[in-house]
Design a protein around this ligand. Structure first.
Ligand SMILES: Nc1ncnc2c1ncn2[C@@H]1O[C@H](COP(=O)(O)OP(=O)(O)O)[C@@H](O)[C@H]1O
Ligand SMILES: Cc1cn([C@H]2C[C@H](O)[C@@H](COP(=O)(O)OP(=O)(O)O)O2)c(=O)[nH]c1=O
Length: 214
C-alpha cells in the first residue's frame, strides 16, 4: 500500500493497545513502510505538557475535553499531517474516539459539543473541505473492565483515569461500542480477552483482510 496511512489504537486502560503498537510498527517496516509511532494526548512537546495536566490535575469535563483537543490540534499540525503528506504510516495510541469514550460517555459531557470540537480541530489545511481528518483505521481492543482492572493491578502507578472505578470504564467501553457501531468500516474490533499471541493474530488477520498488510 502506498500513500499515508493513519491507524489509531483504542480501548479502555489495560486493554492491551500498547503491547501491539510496536509489533504492528515492525510488521509494516518489514514491508518497507516508514512508520511514525505516537500517542494522544501527547506526541509534541506542547501536547506532552498538556497531557501531564490532563492526566494529573482535577478539572471539569469541558476543561478536560478542551485540553485533549488543544493537544490534538498541535499534534495533528506538527506530526500527523506532515507524516501523512510524506506517505508514512502513523500509528497513534488513542485519538478522538478516546475523547468521545472518556469525556463523553465516561464523564457524561455533551456529545454534540464534542462533535463540534472534532470538526474544528480536525479540519486541517491538508484535508480538502468538507472532509475531516480521521484515522483510516481504528483498532479497538475490546475488553471487559473487570479483566482490564486485573491486568493493571500492580502493573503501574495509576493516573487520574486509571484510578477511576469500574463503573466509569463500563461507560467508556459503551462509548467505544457506540463509536464503532456508528462507523463500522473504520473500526476493526479485536477481542482482547485472549492471550497476547491470539490477540496479535486477530490484529494481523484483520489488517490483511483490509489490505493493510500483505
Ligand atoms: N493479552 C494479554 N493477556 C494478559 N495480559 C496482557 C495482555 N496484553 C497486555 N497485557 C498486560 O496488561 C497490561 C496492560 O497492557 P497495555 O498494553 O499497557 O494496555 P493499554 O496500553 O491498553 O493500557 C500490561 O501489564 C500488559 O503486559
Ligand atoms: C486521547 C485521550 C486520552 N484520554 C485518557 C485515556 C487514558 O486514561 C489516558 C492516557 O492514555 P494512555 O496513553 O492509554 O495511558 P497509558 O500510557 O497510561 O497507557 O488519557 C482521555 O480521557 N481523552 C482523550 O481524548
Amino acid at each position: 500500500m502506498t500513500g499515508g496511512l493513519f491507524i489509531s489504537f483504542e480501548g479502555i486502560d489495560g486493554a492491551g493497545k500498547s503491547t501491539h503498537i510496536d509489533a504492528l510498527a515492525a510488521a509494516l517496516r518489514a514491508r518497507g513502510r516508514t512508520v511514525v509511532t505516537t500517542r494522544e494526548p501527547g506526541g509534541t512537546p506542547l501536547a506532552e505538557k498538556l497531557r501531564a495536566l490532563a492526566l494529573n490535575e482535577p478539572m471539569d469535563p469541558l476543561t478536560e475535553a478542551l485540553l485533549m483537543f488543544a493537544a490534538r490540534r498541535d499534534h495533528l499540525l506538527q506530526v500527523i499531517e506532515p507524516a501523512l503528506a510524506r506517505g508514512d504510516a502513523v500509528l497513534c495510541d488513542r485519538f478522538t474516539d478516546a475523547t468521545f469514550a472518556y469525556q463523553g460517555a465516561g464523564r457524561g459531557f455533551d456529545l454534540d459539543v464534542l462533535a463540534g470540537l472534532e470538526r474544528w480541530v480536525q479540519s486541517v489545511p491538508a484535508v480538502q473541505a468538507p472532509t475531516l481528518r480521521q484515522p483510516h483505521l481504528t483498532i479497538w481492543f475490546d475488553l471487559a473492565p473487570a479483566v482490564a482492572a486485573q491486568r493493571l493491578a500492580g502493573a503501574r502507578v495509576p493516573d487520574k483515569f486509571e484510578a477511576q472505578p469500574q463503573e466509569f470504564f463500563a461507560r467508556v467501553a459503551a462509548g467505544y461500542a457506540a463509536r464503532a457501531a456508528a462507523d463500522p468500516h473504520r473500526f476493526l474490533r479485536v477481542d482482547a480477552d485472549q492471550p497476547r499471541e491470539a490477540v496479535w493474530r486477530d490484529v494481523e488477520e484483520g489488517l490483511k483482510a483490509r489490505g493493510v498488510l500483505a
